[in-house]
Design a protein around this ligand. Structure first.
Ligand code: RET
Length: 279
């Protein structure tokens, strides 16, 4: 299976087995759902910005940045899918088109390079750190966030052609990820000190959501090999499964996370006596 070089496994499936109508459409639909939600989120974060006190508004601004970049990326990703695979009337399936672009998840990784630091910084504008230093945490978030994505980006090129490099880059990326989880737990623990119970509860939910939704990304990285090397998911189910996983992860880690942070900021604003001007 060398003919496609370092292309991701979606292309190998599109070249050899093809996608049936249902698999093809499910991917097209789930990618469309993804960018539609980002546009809806964009309006939410703009329209709710005045419901929080000025000191918390940077969090909403960062959500707006994330929504715009994710909307554009997911739109491009959906176009990439429909232009890569074309319907073959004889075989009744979609195959990699002659001379078409290859399908590539690499766009996503470069989008994360923007979104991951933004999502990590965002919480720092809502919580108040009691022990840690703001700029030190921010720099560590940035360092490990970009380190995790860049090493994963390199690794994903090898998912078909060189599983040793795929595993090595994946492992380096995971080390950065563990550091991020550790920092986030610390930020949330400190942030919970001395704030209203409802806001504390929201922060607990944010931690759980963060943990589960961010773990889905390494799951999607491993997807083609999850049931054994080039085994049970090295087929159209794995292709569909990966795009569904990415969409659930994107909606949770960007939109729901941002909404929960807005909730925390609203509770804190209210408890500090902020009232939204009704003009
Ligand atoms: C990679 C490579 C394999 C190992 C690990 C990874 C982690 C990725 C994560 C991505 C999070 C992305 C987000 C994007 C939002 O826009 C790079 C897949 C651990 C955690 C939150």
């Amino acid at each position: 299976m060398k003919e496609l070089g370092n292309a991701t496994f979606e292309n190998y499936i599109g070249l050899t087995q093809g996608f049936n109508e249902m698999a093809y459409q499910m991917v097209a639909h789930v990618l469309t759902l993804g960018y539609a939600v980002m546009l809806a989120g964009l309006f939410y974060f703009i329209l709710t910005i005045k419901t929080v006190a000025p000191r918390y508004r940077t969090s909403s601004v960062l959500s707006v940045v994330v929504m715009v970049s994710a909307f554009l990326l997911l739109y491009a990703q959906a176009e990439n899918w429909t232009s890569s695979f074309v319907f073959d009337k004889e075989q009744g399936k979609y195959f990699l088109g002659q001379g078409a672009d290859l399908f590539n998840n690499g766009y996503r990784y470069l989008n994360w390079l923007i979104d991951v630091p933004m999502l990590l910084f965002q919480i720092l504008f809502v919580v108040t750190l009691t022990k840690s230093d703001f700029s030190s945490i921010r720099n560590q978030f940035w360092f490990s966030g970009t380190g995790m994505i860049l090493t994963g980006y390199i690794g994903q090129f090898y998912e078909v052609t060189n599983l040793t490099w795929f595993a090595i880059w994946g492992a380096i990326s995971t080390a950065f990820f563990i550091h991020i989880l550790f920092l986030m737990k610390k930020v949330i623990n400190e942030g919970k000190e001395g704030i209203p119970a409802a806001a504390q509860k929201n922060l607990d939910t944010i931690w759980l959501l963060f943990l589960v939704s961010w773990m889905l990304y390494p799951g999607a990285y491993l997807m083609p090999h999850l049931l054994g090397i080039e085994g049970g998911l090295f087929n159209e189910s794995g292709v569909v499964g990966r795009q569904i996983t990415y969409t659930i992860a994107d909606v949770s880690s960007k939109v729901i996370y941002g909404v929960l942070l807005t909730n925390v900021a609203q509770i804190l604003s209210k408890s500090e006596g902020y009232v939204e001007a009704n003009t």
